[in-house]
Structure formats: structure tokens, C-alpha cells
Ligand binder design. Structure first.
Ligand SMILES: *Cc1c(COP(=O)(O)O)cnc(C)c1O
Length: 372
């Protein structure tokens, strides 16, 4: 029995040619021509003035948070249902994360709950577009304007997606992307920070490179990190970006095929194909087991694994993270939708290299799972 992995990237464009160019010319570090080319082309693809390539999507958020210069005790509103990457630098900087529950249908931050969480200490809203559909941005932008709040936009899963026709990644004071191999385009490891603000861009560039100073290189006014992307990664990025449109189309076809195959399983909640502001790009194809199903996601994933199908669980909510609870965060707080989808939700193979035959195997296995 051959195993269907949860993700395999597609690297059959110009990746090899551009990588060979790096090796032939000796440009393998972060000093290399593909970096600038990738940054410029990426910025253009999301309609932003600046793009700063970094070593992964997590540190892109770290740098964004650091660049915005929050003070201890400041509050940032963010979804409970997201990846740990969104919260770590806030917590390290002494910022108080304030959580909002998810919409049960899109699994994104329920924007109707944001206003009630705003206090005089609120400085920003961190939005995270989850699994393929964007956050409903208009109400968030309106609140940010009215209360003079910054927006950090985690668009790690949103390559090629738009909200009301405008690119995801164009909404934040700072927006970030990841190029991990399960994202729509990959550089192996990698990330990008985008912004229109010259000052924030300069700060992110400086933070990326240890805050070396142009005049006195080894004299530091601020602590940065080494977050540099290599020319090798950027070479992959340029090759991948050439195919973004095609990749998004492929993901949508995959999503449509799964949706058609599973739509008559009433005990399985599927991703919404569209909302009134976007068509799903199916970063992953997630599903949530109805409460009537006698097993949870963990058991479903174990059973699918025995049938040779790779899966991943949904995110685990921030207020239920042991590391954060031990810091005294979120004591007694409940976010019922996030808690439920974390326990009932998982996703099936949906990488770009998934073949139609593999997809049929997944469909047959999920049907078998849900018959029992
Ligand atoms: C993948 C992902 C990240 C982290 O990116 P890495 O490159 O793996 O560090 C951050 N946020 C979201 C929403 C993600 O999906």
C-alpha cells in the first residue's frame, strides 16, 4: 500500500535552472541577485511598496511585531484559533494578547467580536487568514481607523488570494507571508514581510540583519536577529512565483473535487467554497466532524493513517497552550468555536503534487471512515 502524504510541493518549473545559476556563480548567501528580484516581484504581486525576504514566516511576524514598537502592557487583539507563530513575539515583548473566537463556518476570526475587546490599551489587531478564505477585512479596517489601531496581517496561507478583489497581504500596516513547503509557493524555508511604510520597511531590514549600522557596522543601537534569506531560497521563490496563478487554480480544482466527493456526507463540515468577498483557495482542505460522529479528529486521523492517508490536525487554540497557561495567560477564558474545531477538525492531503489517483484514494478512504 502506498502512503499518500499530507503535502508534497511541486518543483518542476525553473527551480533547478535558477539553483544551478546560484551554484555556478557562487552566490549562495543572502548577498545575491535573486533576493532583490524575489523581493521586487513579490512586492509587485501583492501591490506593496516594500518586500523584505526573511528566513521563515514565523520570524517575519516576530520582526513585524518588533518593528511596530509595542510597549509592555499594550494589547493586541488576535484570533484564539491560529498557529503559535502569531503570539510568541507579542508575549516575549510583554504585550498582552487579547483573543477572539472563530466564525464556525469560515474558521477565521469572528470580526463581530473584535469591537468588544478594544480597550484604551489596544494598539493593534493581528489578523490571520485561515486555510484558504480571508478574514472579513472591511469591519476590521473600519475599527482600526476609528480607534487608531495598527493592523498586522498574517497572510502565510494566502498567496494569490484576494479580499473583494484586493490582494491579501495588502491590508496590514505590515503583512507577512511564509514559504514553507506546504504553502502555495515555497522556498523550502522562507518568509516575506511587506509594507508600504518606508520607516517600517527600514526597521524590518535592519532587524533582519542584526541591526548592523551602515557607518559603524559593529556598533549596535538595538538588538536584531539574523533573519536573512539565502540566494538559493530566493532562486526557488522566483521560480515558484512564476507559477502562482497556475498553482492557485490547481488548488481550487482540488478543493472543488473534494467538495463534490464529500458533499453528501452530512456528518462532515467542509470548507466554504466561497463567501461574498472571496473564493476559497484551499491552502489545505480541512473538515470538521459533526458532534454526532462517535469519534474525534485524533481518532479519525489514526484510522486514516492506517489506511495510508496522511493528515494533520487543526490548530490548537492559544488559550489552551500549556506554555501560555503557565505564564498566567487566558485563565478561565473560553472560546467554544476554536475549542470545538481544534478537537473535531483535521485536513487531508492537498499539496500541489497530489495526483488525481492519489486524490481518489483519499476520497475512498474518507468515505470508508465516515461509513463506520
Ligand atoms: C505556516 C504559517 C506560519 C509560519 O510560517 P513558517 O514559515 O512555518 O515559520 C505563520 N502563520 C500561519 C497562519 C501559517 O500558516
Amino acid at each position: 500500500m502506498s502512503f499518500v502524504p499530507v503535502n508534497e510541493p511541486l518543483l518542476d518549473g525553473n527551480e533547478k535552472r535558477y539553483l544551478a545559476e546560484c551554484i555556478d556563480t557562487g552566490w549562495i548567501s543572502s548577498e545575491g541577485p535573486f533576493i532583490k528580484q524575489f523581493e521586487e516581484q513579490f512586492a509587485a504581486s501583492v501591490g506593496r511598496k516594500h518586500a523584505i525576504a526573511v528566513s521563515n514566516g514565523t520570524v517575519a511576524i516576530d520582526a513585524a511585531v518588533e518593528a511596530l514598537g509595542f510597549a509592555p502592557g499594550d494589547e493586541v487583539i488576535m484570533p484564539a484559533f491560529t498557529i503559535i507563530s502569531c503570539i510568541s513575539q507579542l508575549v516575549r515583548a510583554g504585550v498582552t494578547p487579547v483573543l477572539v473566537d472563530s466564525d464556525p463556518l469560515t474558521w477565521n476570526m469572528d470580526v463581530a467580536q473584535v469591537a468588544a475587546r478594544i480597550t484604551p490599551r489596544t494598539k493593534a489587531i493581528l489578523v490571520v487568514h485561515i486555510y484558504g478564505l480571508p478574514v472579513d477585512m472591511d469591519p476590521v479596517l473600519e475599527l482600526a481607523r476609528r480607534h487608531n489601531l495598527r493592523i498586522i496581517e498574517d497572510a502565510a496561507e494566502m498567496h494569490g488570494q484576494t479580499y473583494k478583489g484586493r490582494p491579501c497581504g495588502s491590508f496590514g500596516d505590515i503583512s507577512t507571508f511564509s514559504f514553507y513547503p506546504n504553502k502555495h509557493i515555497t522556498t523550502g524555508e522562507g518568509g516575506m514581510i511587506v509594507t508600504d511604510d518606508d520607516q517600517l520597511a527600514a526597521e524590518c531590514r535592519s532587524l533582519r540583519n542584526l541591526c548592523f549600522q551602515p557607518q559603524k557596522r559593529f556598533v549596535h543601537e538595538r538588538l536584531g536577529w539574523n533573519l536573512r534569506m539565502t540566494n538559493l531560497q530566493a532562486a526557488l521563490g522566483v521560480a515558484q512565483l512564476e507559477r502562482l496563478g497556475e498553482f492557485v487554480q490547481r488548488k481550487r480544482q482540488m478543493g472543488a473535487a473534494y467538495t463534490a466527493a464529500f458533499s453528501n456526507i452530512e456528518t462532515l463540515q467542509l470548507p466554504l467554497p466561497q463567501t461574498d468577498y472571496a473564493d476559497n483557495i484551499y491552502w489545505v482542505f480541512g473538515m470538521v466532524l459533526a458532534d454526532s460522529v462517535p469519534f474525534d479528529a485524533e481518532e479519525a486521523m489514526a484510522r486514516l493513517g492506517k489506511m495510508g492517508i496522511g493528515t494533520r490536525p487543526f490548530f490548537w487554540p492559544m488559550h489552551e497552550q500549556p506554555v501560555l497557561q503557565r505564564m498566567g495567560l487566558f485563565a478561565g477564558e473560553r472560546y467554544p468555536v476554536a475549542e470545538r474545531i481544534a478537537r473535531r477538525g483535521f485536513y487531508v492531503p492537498s499539496g500541489l503534487a497530489l495526483t488525481p489517483e492519489q486524490q481518489e484514494t483519499v476520497v475512498a478512504s474518507v468515505r470508508k471512515l465516515m461509513e463506520n
